[in-house]
Design a protein around this ligand. Structure first.
Ligand SMILES: [Zn+2]
Length: 320
């Protein structure tokens, strides 16, 4: 079985494999990097590598590999968000209990905590004790987009695997081989903010269409042909965080156009629409909108139950 590790993460992968072979793998790894940077790919490959008991691990064929693939391996625990926006102490108590038992399949035990930045203070403190006295044969993988949100004491007890973004030439070469969209590869990468995995996903998951729709709605709502309520209705059902991210990028691009002229903008295929917006809305108001979007994104990510529809309406009502 070939493990699908991105070329720019191969050095990490090689080092982790060397550590496994020398039985010196740290008991806790913090796998950090921007969204869609390939963190989950490394974590998944590591889970398969650690739990496989076949030759040339991960073999993809042994009983262990089959259990992992079916999502039923008893020595693999996945701690993630359940009904709350935080990882709660009960979940970490469950982890500690699981970690204290011997391996059911006689090999490593692996726990994934994802997103690790959502540990609350109680659960982080409970986890800390487990990291200080790690049970033998257990590997804890903490995955996060925002490593700085973890307690420094947690960070310092984990070995960091920093999933960097590729250089643009490296990313373009990789993407070129996979781009069957008919869209220019450089443009596709630019729209995805330099994230090659996001560029691949954007072709199939509706991201490109959503971006175009938002450019129209944004122009409509700021020029008065659509009301804020119509705007909110137009984005109902979409991922609110993604909508805010795209709005932020579109408006930031218009500021780039106004202030820097020929600067390279991310959404260059929508330049006509962005020019229209830039000429109709004062740059001060566009900066204000960026602040409001950043604030709304913070509210969505916080533990308060922000209502996305009201957030979208208020973005434009209050800025008017
Ligand atoms: Zn196997």
């Amino acid at each position: 079985m070939t493990v699908d590790i991105l070329p720019w993460h191969q050095a990490h992968w090689q080092r982790l494999n060397d550590q496994i072979e020398k039985a010196s793998l740290p008991h806790a790894l913090l796998i950090a990097g921007p969204p869609m940077s390939g963190k989950q790919g490394i974590a998944r490959a590591l889970v398969e590598r650690l739990l496989c008991q076949g030759k040339d691990a991960p073999c993809g064929e042994c009983h262990q590999c089959q259990l992992v693939s079916a999502g039923t391996h008893p020595d693999l625990l996945h701690v993630t968000l359940e009904d709350s926006k935080q990882i709660l102490i009960n979940q970490i108590r469950g982890l500690i209990d699981w970690a204290s038992q011997t391996s059911q399949q006689g090999g490593y035990k692996v726990c994934l905590i994802d997103p690790a930045d959502r540990l609350n203070i109680q659960s982080a403190n409970a986890l800390l004790k487990c990291l200080e006295e790690p049970p033998a044969g257990t590997c804890i993988l903490l995955i996060t987009d925002q490593p700085k949100r973890l307690l420094p004491t947690i960070r310092s007890r984990c070995h960091l695997v920093n999933c960097r973004l590729p250089e643009s030439e490296e990313a373009l070469a990789w993407l070129q081989e996979r781009n069957e969209s008919g869209i220019d590869t450089a443009l596709l990468l630019e729209i995805a903010g330099g994230l090659p995995l996001k560029a691949v996903a954007s072709v199939t998951d509706g991201y490109l269409a959503l971006r175009k729709k938002l450019a129209d709605l944004l122009t409509g709502v700021t020029m008065g042909s659509e009301s804020p309520i119509q705007f909110a209705a137009g984005v109902a059902g979409e991922d609110p965080t993604e909508v805010l991210d795209i709005l932020y990028q579109l408006i930031a691009d218009t500021i780039g156009i106004t202030l820097c002229g020929e600067v390279v903008i991310r959404n260059s295929d929508l330049k006509i629409k962005l020019d229209e917006f830039a000429s109709a809305v004062k740059v001060e108001r566009r900066f204000e909108l960026l602040d409001r979007i950043a604030h709304a994104k913070g509210l969505l990510g916080s533990t308060s139950n922000a209502n996305p529809q009201m957030l979208f309406e208020s973005l434009f009502i209050e800025a008017a």
